[in-house]
Every structure is written in C-alpha cells, then in structure tokens.
Design a protein around this ligand. Structure first.
Ligand code: TGC
Ligand code: FAD
Length: 390
C-alpha cells in the first residue's frame, strides 16, 4: 500500500521553511524504509530493535536542537517536532527512545551540565554511541515526583546513592542514566550514573501490552558511589527535571500527530477499498462522520503544535501551554486510533495493520510525561490561579 500520505488539509506546509520540510522528508523516508518493515515484528516480540539506533542518529533524532558544536543537529523547535511526528508515524516506542535521548538526557546535560560534561557525553549521545535514560518516577511517586525518596549522601570524595526508579524508558540498555535524587538537605539534583558502577542495576519490565518495541525497566541504586564530577551543577530543585519534561512534552505533542495521521491514512484507504452491502464502507454516513472528525481533529492538533513551536522558537512558550498541547494532542490521537480500528472491523485487531499497535502505544503516551488528568489540572491552575494538586 501507498504508505504515509500525510494529510495537510489546511496547507500547513505553507507555514514551514524549506529546511523544516527537508528535515521532515529525510525522517519520513527513513521511517518508511527502516521502521515500517520491521516494527510490527519487534512489537510482537517485545524487543527494542537496536539496529535502528544508527539510523535515528542519521536523521538527527538525537538532540535535534542541541548545537552542532556538541554533535547535535542545531535545528529549530519545529524541526524537532516534525522529526518526532515522522518517527511516531512509525511507532510511539521508537519516538520514546528519541524523546528520552534528546529531551531528557542531552537537554539536561546541555542546560545544567558544565563544559566538561557536555564535551564528554553530548557528541556520543548524538551519534548513538551512548544511549541514555531519565530516572524521575519511583514506585511510590509518579504524578508527584517531588515526594521522591531516592537520595544521596556526601562522602567527601564521592556521593553515595540509594533508592529506586520505575517505568524508565531505555533503562535496560542505557549506558548512562540522568537520575534525580535528593541531597541530605532534601534538595533535588541531577546525577549522571554510568552503567558498570557498582551497586547499579537496570532490570527490564516485562509483560507490557503497550510500547512493546520500547525497552522499559527499573533503576536500582544500592550504595552506588557516584563521582562528584557527575552531578549536574547548574540547576537544582524540581524545576530542573520539569524543564526537561517541557521539552519532551512538546515533542510528544508533535509526535502523536504522526500516529494519528497513520491511523487516519490507513482507515481512509480501507474505507474506500472495503465493500459491504455492495458499496465501499466509506460511502456510509457513519463511517464518513468518523473520518471527517479525524481530519478535523488532526488539523486542529497540527495548528496547535505549529503555534507552540513558533512560541518555543521565540522562547515564549509557557509550561501550561505545553501541557495543553500534550494533553489535547495525545487524547486526539488515542480517539482517532480507537475509531480507525473500528473502521477496519475485524482487520483492525490484526498486526497486518498498524492501528491496534498505535492504539496500545498511545495508552502509555496518555499516561507518561504527566497524565491526562495532571495536564488538565495544570491548565486549571493556570486559568484560576488555584492549585488543585495539594
Ligand atoms: P510545584 O510546587 O508546582 O513546582 C516545583 C518547582 O518547579 C517549578 N515548575 C516548573 N519548572 C519548569 N517547568 C515546569 N513545567 C514547571 N512546573 C513547575 C515551580 O515553579 C517550582 O519552582 P520553585 O523554584 O518554586 O521550587 O510542584 P508540584 O510538586 O506541585 O508538582 C507539580 C506537577 C504535578 C505539575 C508536576 O510534578 C508534574 O508535572 N507531575 C507529572 C510527573 C511527570 O510528568 N512525570 C514524567 C516522568 S518522565 C516520563 O514520563 C518519561 S516518558 C518518556 C518517553 O518514553 O517518551
Ligand atoms: P499515579 O501518579 O499513581 O496516578 C494514577 C492515577 O491517579 C492517574 O490517573 C492520575 O492521573 C491520577 N492522579 C494522580 N494524582 C492526581 C491528582 N492530584 N488529582 C487527580 N488525579 C490524580 N518515568 C520516568 O521518570 N522516566 C521514563 O523514562 C518513563 N518512561 C515511561 C514509560 C512507560 C511505558 C510508562 C507507562 C511510564 C513511564 N514513566 C517514566 C512513568 C510515567 O511518567 C508515570 O507512569 C506517570 O507520571 C504517572 O505516574 P504513575 O504511573 O505513578 O501514576
């Protein structure tokens, strides 16, 4: 079938620069060639396809907006968004790997690290020679990361780290982890923990029905001696990891549009080919309603993402604006995946088509990086000035 028609109902391409369109094409071609043919099997087997790391680095998916001096692609925020969109057209789990590497590992090292840390890690992360993960969530602290109990003590020439993180994307194979932990004073800091440090282990989480092509695991710290030079010196407090989340949530707001587009393309094509009662099912009003609403919602999500990208490029996007786009766009994609699956009838549950995989993946995306509820409460707090969390 003719993959990836990429609906552009409102001529949004006119709003993109030539460079942004080139970046998007390169990512789209790579996903079509290297992800689409292998992803269903990887998801069925619940295996992260490690062979794609080089290709992800090749399309600039690792640190798209990190300056070229540190190995990044030096691109703008809309280009970053478009890369995430094209990758997630293939699979949300692959986009997760790229989101984590870029926004949750490279970004904090770039933003809160010193020059030595930037030079030591960023070029290797950009090329995929090093893979990273981000440990914020704990077994008892998910939506409320400020309550974390993972902590470190100053032992003179090193820090002694104890605790555990859970639900960590990329953890089973990551070379380094950005770990958020409390000091003896109760202040949150970021530490760079490297695979191989004694007392550090990363058991994989099995039996997921979602993001099966992405490896998820724990991070366990049992008296891990972390060299003092591995602390990120330039920002502490919960605001530091939340700044990383702003960047990743922005990428997700774009990424899920790709998953939605793939579901829409597939359902539209199927609705014209599949005949029942002597007619294509796309000629029935009930199916047209679903398709018309899908393209309307995709178009609204594209405009939200584009405007947010422009605000990010100008350094003006607020965290609450990012929350609105993450929440709206993930919900939009999840609803489209569910409707598209129905349009395919029984075929909708088959791995012959990508829709059920997208649908199951999006059940994680609506939960991670701040749940649907949490982002609603962030908007609620922003417009009322009243905090409903506590
Ligand atoms: P609160 O008291 O409101 O804030 C603490 C400090 O942080 C500041 N702040 C922010 N700074 C930067 N960016 C933001 N978005 C910020 N939001 C708040 C705030 O000003 C304050 O600063 P200061 O200087 O006064 O201390 O914090 P709270 O404890 O009430 O929590 C607020 C809440 C609930 C919104 C926040 O904790 C939250 O977002 N919870 C959701 C947790 C979450 O998103 N976890 C994600 C884990 S990582 C992940 O899921 C990766 S999946 C990756 C993949 O595979 O793609
Ligand atoms: P909880 O916080 O226990 O929430 C349970 C329910 O309660 C939710 O519906 C929530 O909306 C609701 N709720 C919570 N608080 C409130 C409130 N104040 N008011 C109303 N309702 C509320 N984390 C990382 O640090 N790094 C990663 O790389 C990472 N990758 C992930 C990959 C996958 C596949 C998954 C599933 C998760 C990942 N996470 C990661 C963790 C993710 O960020 C958390 O699952 C998420 O933040 C929610 O936390 P929780 O699961 O503990 O749910």
């Amino acid at each position: 079938p003719d993959l990836f028609e990429s609906p552009d109902y409102y001529n949004i391409d006119d709003l993109l620069t030539e460079e942004q369109k080139l970046v998007r094409s390169a990512a789209r071609d790579w996903v079509k060639r290297d992800i689409s043919p292998i992803i269903e099997e990887a998801a069925q087997e619940a295996k992260f396809p490690k062979q794609i790391i080089e290709g992800l680095a090749g399309i600039g998916a690792f640190g798209p907006y990190i300056p070229e001096a540190y190995g990044g692609a030096g691109l703008d925020q809309i280009s970053y968004g478009l890369i995430m969109q094209e990758i997630e057209r293939g699979d949300s789990g692959v986009r997760s790997t790229a989101s984590v590497q870029s926004s949750l590992v490279m970004y904090p090292i770039f933003k809160f690290g010193n020059e030595e840390q930037r030079n030591k890690y960023l070029p290797k992360l950009a090329s995929g020679e090093f893979m990273g993960c981000f440990g914020l969530t704990e077994p008892d602290h998910g939506s409320n990361p400020g309550g974390m109990v993972t902590h470190f003590k100053d032992k003179g020439d090193h820090y002694l780290l104890n605790g555990a993180k859970m639900w960590i994307s990329n953890s089973p194979f990551a070379d380094i982890a950005i770990v958020w932990a409390k000091s003896e004073e109760g202040r949150i800091h970021g530490l760079i923990v490297e695979r191989g440090m004694e007392g550090f282990s990363t058991p994989e989480t099995h039996n997921k029905w979602s993001l099966r092509a992405s490896a998820t695991g724990e991070l366990i710290f049992d008296n891990v001696k972390v060299p003092k030079e591995n602390i990120l010196p330039n920002k502490s407090g919960l605001g530091a990891p939340l700044m990383c989340l702003d960047s990743a949530r922005f990428g997700i707001a774009w990424g899920v549009i790709g998953a939605a587009m793939d579901c829409y393309d597939t359902a539209l094509r199927y609705s014209k080919e599949r005949h029942q009662f002597g007619k294509p099912i796309g000629s029935f009003q009930l199916q047209q309603k679903k398709l018309a609403e899908m393209i309307t919602e995709i178009t609204k999500a594209q405009l939200l993402a584009w405007r947010l990208g422009t605000l990010r490029n100008e350094g003006r996007a607020t965290s609450a604006q990012i929350s609105m786009a993450k929440r709206n766009n993930v919900d939009m994609a999840l609803k489209i995946a569910r409707d598209a699956r129905q349009i395919l009838g029984g075929m909708g549950i088959s791995g012959e088509y990508s829709i059920m995989r997208h649908m199951m993946n999006l059940e994680s995306v609506v939960t991670y990086e701040g749940t649907h509820d949490i982002h609603l409460l962030i908007t609620g707090m922003d417009v009322t000035g009243l905090n409903a969390f506590k």
